[in-house]
Structure formats: structure tokens, C-alpha cells
Write a protein that binds this ligand. Structure first.
Ligand SMILES: [Zn+2]
Length: 340
């Protein structure tokens, strides 16, 4: 029924007719699974941008176009991408495809550049065993503090200058912004473009650092216990905190992905009380340590260690990975979740 409506819509709507019908059908099928809307809504709101599974609808003039092609809708020939509707695209390959892609998403970013992103079955490359395990604690000063000094990851300083720049363009956008129903000024659009540029640069540097670190950690360890950090992105958190959270998010994602690829055991540990427990004897302090207190001193066993190092060791204990075993009792703690 929806397909018939599309045929009718293509007949009466010139801009819709100009596009290929295969991705339009795909969009409508995606749409049909989410909720039912009238034909007018569909023609008003193509193309769409999809987030987290369900399509979210934007007005046509606001949305950056995204088109999804499945098996029947595209083919690759001599390094060029042939799309349904007779469109042939020369692709600049960022890397070779490791296997036959099952679908492709063609989209435009905030800067107006086009990208094609292919879905390829996951590849596995097992690595030789090392007999070593690692505990990881996330933080602001050091993105990752670990039980091995050689694997600590300091917070990337290169982001700071760029973050300041980003803040400047964002303030510029706020200042130049007009009412919601009016077209934005040229000045606003220039600031927006600059902000998007800086943002993309920061994201790339962050991803690059995260992947390099994850590769090293996964190569050197059989199992990794890591804090299951969830960023909050509270409106009032500082720029530095937001940058740190984004770095942690990217690094954690890279570690999980690298662990899956190389068949390592990555265990996610619930973050509750990890700064309050003693890694040596398992005792829990009565009050949370203030952030200014950089040393963890245990009143039960008298042990003292740098705060973040203690937390990294607690991750190991919680995940059941401490190879030396710990004397005394272990705190029961919340259950450990295995990374997918
Ligand atoms: Zn202790």
C-alpha cells in the first residue's frame, strides 16, 4: 500500500521524481515499521536522517540527506559505486573493504561533503595469548589510568586549543541566530560551518588516539577489566569535563571493538563505589574521597596508593581477574557485565 502511495507521490511531486525510487521505498518501509502517517507527511519530509534505529523526522529544508541502499540497490564495479537509478559515483576509499558489503548508506555531513558507509560482516583476527590482565579506570586528567604504567593514557592536550575555538564559534552562532521560523543569516551559516569543521577535526584526532591505545592494550593483554562509564553530558558541565567525557566514550568504544576483533575478554565493571574500595583488602571507606584527594589510604589495612591506580586495581578485583589473588574478603559489589 505504501509503495503505491509512493508511485502516486512521485507522479505529483517533481523533486521526489528526480530521486531514485529504491532508497525512497526503503525509507518508507523503515517508516512503516515505526508509525503510520499520511502521504502528505511522507512527501513533506523526505529525505530523512535516521538515529538509533527509528527514523526521526526533519523538515526537508533542514535535513541533511541520507539514503540507504540494500543488496538490490547498489553494486560495486571497478572501484566505483553504482546506485539504483543509474547514478555512478567515484568513491575515494578510506580503506579496502574486508568483505562483500550487504548495504551502503550515502549521506552528507554538516560541511556538505558526501560519504558512503558500507556494512560489512565482522572479521575476527585472534592474537597470541600473553598471560596478562589489565584493569582500567577512566578519568579527567588521564583518560585511562591502568594497572600497568606503560598503558596509561594521558588526556590528549591537542583538543584544548580546538575546544576553545569550537566554543568561540558556538558563541558566535548563538549571537547571530535568528528566530526559529526565519531563515538564518549568512554570518550564522559561516560560524556554523567553522564549528562543524573544528568539531570534525577534534573527533578524528580523538578516534585516532583511542584506536592506537586500544590496539596496544589488546595486543598486550588477554583480559581487560574496565569501568562501564556512561557519560552524562549535563548542560552545566565544563568544557573540559565534556572533552574528557567524549575522550572516554571514544576510548571505551575503541577498546570494546578492538577486543571483539581480536577475541580478547573485555569485562565491563559497574562503576559504583570503585573509588571507595581498597584494592588490597577490599574494605570500603565510609565516605567518598573528595576529588582533590589524590591518594587512597586504607584505614583497615594501612595500604596507600595513588587514587586512580587503586581504582584500576579495584576493576580487576571486581571482574574476578586479579591473578595474584587478594588476601581478606572481597566486597560483593554489583554484578559484572561482559562486553558484547
Ligand atoms: Zn585496605
Amino acid at each position: 500500500m505504501l509503495d503505491k502511495m509512493l508511485t502516486e507521490a512521485r507522479r505529483i511531486t517533481p523533486w521526489l521524481r528526480e530521486g531514485s525510487s529504491v532508497p525512497q521505498q526503503q525509507v518508507i518501509r523503515d517508516f512503516g515499521t515505526s508509525r503510520t502517517k499520511s502521504l502528505k507527511d511522507i512527501t513533506d519530509r523526505l529525505p530523512v536522517r535516521r538515529r538509533a534505529g527509528l527514523p526521526r523526522w526533519k523538515r526537508k529544508r533542514d535535513a541533511a540527506p541520507t539514503l540507504n541502499y540494500t543488496r538490490r540497490g547498489f553494486r560495486l564495479k571497478d572501484g566505483r559505486l553504482h546506485l539504483a537509478g543509474g547514478i555512478v559515483v567515484t568513491v575515494v576509499w578510506s580503506r579496502e573493504l574486508p568483505a562483500d558489503p550487504s548495504s551502503v548508506r550515502v549521506y552528507q555531513d554538516g560541511l556538505g561533503h558526501w560519504y558512503a558507509s558500507f556494512v560489512v560482516p565482522a572479521q575476527v583476527e585472534p592474537l597470541p595469548g600473553t598471560g596478562l590482565v589489565l584493569g582500567v579506570d577512566w578519568g579527567v586528567r588521564e583518560t585511562a589510568t591502568t594497572t600497568s604504567d606503560a598503558h596509561d593514557l594521558p588526556h590528549a592536550g591537542h583538543g584544548r586549543k580546538a575546544m576553545a575555538k569550537l566554543g568561540r564559534y558556538q558563541r558566535m552562532m548563538a549571537r547571530r541566530s535568528t528566530a526559529k521560523d526565519k531563515a538564518q543569516s549568512n554570518g550564522y551559516r559561516i560560524a556554523k560551518r567553522q564549528a562543524a569543521k573544528v568539531h570534525r577535526k577534534i573527533a578524528r584526532q580523538r578516534q585516532d588516539a583511542a584506536r592506537k591505545w586500544a590496539k596496544k592494550v589488546v595486543r598486550d593483554h588477554d583480559a581487560v577489566a574496565v569501568e562501564d562509564f556512561r557519560p552524562k553530558f549535563l548542560a552545566r558541565t565544563s568544557m573540559a569535563r565534556k572533552a574528557a567525557d567524549a575522550a572516554i566514550g571514544a576510548t571505551k568504544a575503541a577498546l570494546i571493538e578492538m577486543g571483539r576483533k581480536h577475541q580478547r575478554d573485555i569485562r565491563l565493571v559497574h562503576p559504583a563505589h570503585t573509588t571507595m574500595d581498597c584494592a588490597r583488602c577490599g574494605a570500603r571507606t565510609k565516605h567518598a574521597l573528595p576529588l582533590s584527594e589524590r591518594t587512597y589510604t586504607c584505614t583497615a589495612c594501612g595500604g596507600a596508593s595513588p587514587r586512580d591506580k587503586n581504582s584500576a586495581h579495584v576493576m580487576l578485583v571486581r571482574a574476578g581477574l586479579n591473578p595474584a589473588g587478594v588476601e581478606g574478603v572481597r566486597p560483593p559489589g554489583p554484578p559484572v557485565r561482559k562486553a558484547a
